[in-house]
Design a protein around this ligand. Structure first.
Ligand code: GLN
Length: 458
């Protein structure tokens, strides 16, 4: 059986009895068994749970939004009764007593959970190489990183080991791995999908990310997961906006920096031409504070990390503090420093003021355009080990992604083409708060025009 690549293909197949849900589990598990030990994608495979749920679907209702859809979770999503490590030895044997809201909602809609995925420990990273359990390889080229921190989520969907996956996006961890693995990835507006039950990294930046092969599927996942749950007080009620039929897009002149790879730059120019061809105007605009994104992010984020990781004190649960990896220790130290008396004003407070200026830049830009076209990362996937000896070099990976988190707006990563060396390249659309459905519409228009066909890597 050919693995279906969309939710619709899955559901049409189930309804017409082309295959059963049990056969779907067989097919995705076969991919996991064949490639997992080589690529390090799943930390835990929930085979029994998957078959139990598949049998239920085969016996009963096949009409719910995600009936029969095989889902995998980054290992920072709490899953009741199933080990959740956050990619760290600190939580090596932690079994949560409840599930995250997003997990419960995805499963209530009929999805079949197949397992928990590798990720950078506590979601700190841009390559998957900060995991305490080993690094994940990119299914499109084994010597390359799959991106991070949701490394396993991207690898799992692109390798045909699950149809959809949940990750998180605090500074790019969904969009960048989606981009390195030829997938659509959504970072939603802050406060639309509840964060309840997802291990906190940086509470003013954390969002729940989705991975799939198509924009249609990301939209279905978004509509299933959004809305208040009574546990995350930052979530507001969300009304689906009316979609316009005339759009105007912008590209910031500040995005064309020195380190931008020429193939990525050419792709951005092609995306512009594609939109113009279908009658959408694209204008140049300015986001003057772009150069402060990474410095501001790397003050605010570690400050919040140093507070959130305080709960892993080795007393209440989890292993002793010595088990923290290098990157977590680095962030705890930087965060404590920027918050300490005497340095707070010079670093944290100043960063918060610049954050407001960055927000103002975007509010200003969205007065004239409906969305902004941007690269996701300056280069296609880089080689394993290329950035591990220099944390600052690794942090520069986040130059195009941290914006959306600092401003609280949605970002949709969209696969476009392949580099000469055969690696995926894509772009992202950034829109005003709560404009997800508008971004979906724009993403679908682009894929329709280039006649995009999803494929799996292995
Ligand atoms: N690469 C960024 C970091 O290491 C983003 C992480 C994330 O979004 N979880 O902080």
């Amino acid at each position: 059986m050919n693995i279906p690549l969309t939710i619709k293909e899955t559901q049409d197949g189930l309804k017409s009895k082309k295959f059963s849900a049990v056969e779907l589990v067989d097919a995705y598990l076969a991919q996991i068994k064949k490639y997992n030990s080589e690529y390090n994608v799943f930390l835990t495979v929930t085979e029994e749970l998957a078959y139990a749920k598949a049998k239920e679907i085969d016996r009963g209702d096949k009409t719910s939004h995600l009936a029969g859809v095989i889902v995998s979770y980054k290992d920072i999503f709490l899953t009741k009764g199933v080990r959740t490590t956050a990619g760290s030895k600190i939580l090596e044997s932690y079994i949560p007593p409840y599930s995250a809201t997003s997990v419960s909602r995805i499963e209530a809609a009929g999805a079949i959970p197949i397992g928990k995925l590798y990720c950078d420990a506590f979601a700190h990273g841009a390559s998957g190489e900060n995991s305490d359990f080993g690094r994940t390889l990119n299914p499109w080229g084994k010597e390359y990183v799959p991106g991070g921190s949701s490394s396993g989520s991207a690898a799992s969907v692109s390798a045909g080991m699950s149809l959809i996956s949940l990750g998180s996006d605090t500074g790019g961890s969904t969009r960048q791995p989606a981009n390195f693995c030829n997938l659509v990835g959504l970072k939603p507006t802050y406060g639309v999908i509840p964060r309840y039950g997802v291990i906190s990294m940086s509470s003013s930046l954390d969002t729940i990310g989705s991975f799939a092969h198509t924009v249609d599927d990301i939209e279905i996942m978004f509509d299933v997961m959004r809305g208040t749950d009574g546990y995350d007080s930052t979530v507001s009620n969300f009304k689906k906006p009316n979609i316009k039929n005339k759009f105007k897009l912008g590209i910031a002149k500040e995005y064309f920096i020195d380190g931008l790879d020429s193939e990525v730059e050419n792709m951005i120019n092609d995306v512009k031409k594609t939109y113009e061809k279908i009658g959408i105007e694209v204008v140049e605009l300015t986001l003057p504070h772009t150069k402060y994104m990474v410095p501001v992010y790397y003050i605010i984020q570690p400050a919040e990390v140093s507070s959130n990781l305080g709960r892993f004190d080795g007393i209440r649960y989890g292993s002793a503090r010595q088990s923290f990896g290098e990157e977590a220790k680095r962030r705890i130290m930087i965060g404590s420093y920027v918050l300490s008396a005497g340095y707070y004003d010079a670093y944290y407070e100043k960063a918060m003021k610049v954050r407001t200026k960055i927000i103002n830049d975007f509010d200003e830009a969205f007065k004239t355009v409906d969305a902004i076209i941007s690269p996701v990362s300056p280069t296609p996937a880089f080689k394993l080990g290329a950035n591990t000896s220099d944390p600052l070099k690794m942090y520069l990976e986040d130059i195009y992604t941290t914006t959306a988190n600092l401003v609280g707006i949605p970002g949709l990563a969209i696969p476009s083409t392949f580099s000469k060396s055969g690696l995926p390249i894509g772009f992202q659309l950034l829109g005003p708060r709560f404009s997800e459905h508008q971004l979906f519409e724009l993403g679908k228009k682009y894929h329709k025009e280039i006649d995009y066909k999803p494929k799996i890597a292995l």
